[in-house]
Write a protein that binds this ligand. Sequence first.
Ligand code: FPP
Length: 256
Amino acid sequence: MSKLTKTTRRPPLEHLAIIMDGNGRWAKQRELPRIAGHQQGVKTVTRIVDECVSHGIRFLSLFAFSSENWGRPRPEIDALMGLLLQFLSSQRLKMLTEGIRLRVIGDLSRLSAPVQAALTDAERETAQGQTLTLVLALSYGGRDEIMRAAKRIAREALEGRLNIDQLDNKSFSTFLDTGEIPEPDLLIRTSGEIRISNFFLWQAAYAELYFTDVLWPDFDAEELQKALDDYLQRKRRFGLTDDQVEPQLRMRESND
Ligand code: FPP
């Protein structure tokens, strides 16, 4: 399978972000409990992780549990946390052997102690992974992340450790949960909803957006390929003109 980063005259895809949506509707269509949709959703996660490795994508970010999801019925929250724990233990060996590094972002203080511990252990154990960084957004909201970053910046400035006048986009972004992780190139949302629902508000400023009606449990290699093909047709200008972007594309081509 072709490595996207090596494809010439096409925008490189280093970071793919996904809003996994539609588990509940998938279950409802089959008259199953919502949790059956989430269980199927986890299977899709493992499938898409494999696909990203095959495509040579370096970062995959998944919106797994939003700050707003805390408002769901307690049994659904508990079931989701149970699935997360199962996922971590069932994928541990694969992550280690395939060089998959886990990174977790969000307000983790709201997660239970056992879930926090399992996540910390998995992050530590997989820290040396070089193939793919799997970023799980848990208890995550873009506004909350920006607010937490702003508070840290204000605190550092008040304590005299940061010169506010030197703060710019690049240094501000290091205060976000994503830190040194590159910005997403492509953001996919499944299930037909056309919004980003508080995900990667800062990071997705120049991401290409792709919306599909397919529900997350049905999202597979073929659907991913459609999204990637669509992305490869896009011309990314980052606010510049065509004439400015063309030489950059040619230079990248000659370096490939
Ligand atoms: C959206 O579907 C999905 C979620 C809120 C949770 C996503 C979680 C998983 C796929 C499983 C856990 C993840 C990992 C990484 C182990 P929805 O419930 O909002 O669906 P609906 O809009 O159709 O009701």
